[in-house]
Design a protein around this ligand. Structure first.
Ligand code: SF4
Length: 205
């Protein structure tokens, strides 16, 4: 499936449908396999999903500025969403075994690249509050060869500020709910092989 045309009936306030279509087309060019626009009010936030970062404790809990407890969390996300009308949501499909292979880090890297690129494009269009979210731990994806997150250690700025984005999990974003809103199956098969996906979300405003 290619990019889904923005629904002109959606109330984007100051976000123009033509701009959304450019953002979505660019996301596809950069590696997304599906992309759509969703109402910000349709983004499900569940507090207990963010709690799962802590209990059972994720091995990357607290290791970067992009993960709990160093992110604002679900309550702040719910409040923040009230000031947005629309978001771009994308997924990158891969054979399911790819999620657990040596190429996993590259896949998550691509996810962050696509999310940050949409944000960058939106900022360039004048949407100064564009804000991207991805998945996984940026410590694991980008700084696995370093002992510490450079930002948290106080030794400098984020080493990968251009591309590393916070994980949706730490904000309680219910990715399965987003997938359902988009009309996408969490898993499917292609040529008899199971296919899964990773995804990212960019608030536009
Ligand atoms: S320095 Fe590395 S671990 Fe810290 S926020 Fe940036 S990418 Fe993440």
């Amino acid at each position: 499936m290619n990019s889904i045309p923005a629904d002109p009936s959606m109330k984007h306030d100051t976000v123009r449908t033509e701009d959304l279509e450019v953002l979505m087309a660019n996301a596809m060019k950069r590696g997304a396999t599906s992309v759509t626009a969703l109402k910000a009010s349709d983004i499900p936030i569940l507090d207990h999903l963010a709690d799962k970062c802590r209990e059972p404790r994720c091995s990357n809990y607290g290791l970067s500025r992009s993960c709990p407890p160093h992110v604002a969390g679900p309550a702040a996300m719910k409040a923040d969403l009230l000031s947005y009308s629309v978001a771009v949501f994308f997924r990158i499909e891969v054979p399911s075994h790819g999620l657990y292979s040596d190429g996993q880090r590259e896949l998550f890297h691509l996810m962050h690249e696509v999310a940050s690129a949409i944000e960058h494009d939106a900022l360039g269009m004048g949407y100064s509050r564009a804000k991207a979210f991805a998945g996984g731990s940026c410590k694991e994806i980008f700084c696995h060869d370093h002992l510490d997150c450079q930002y948290l250690s106080g030794q400098g700025v984020c080493r990968h500020a251009d591309v590393a984005r916070p994980s949706m999990s730490g904000f309680g974003v219910h990715v399965a709910g987003l997938m359902a809103k988009a009309g996408w199956a969490m898993t499917t098969t292609r040529d008899g092989e199971p296919v899964s996906s990773v995804s990212g979300l960019v608030l536009i405003g």
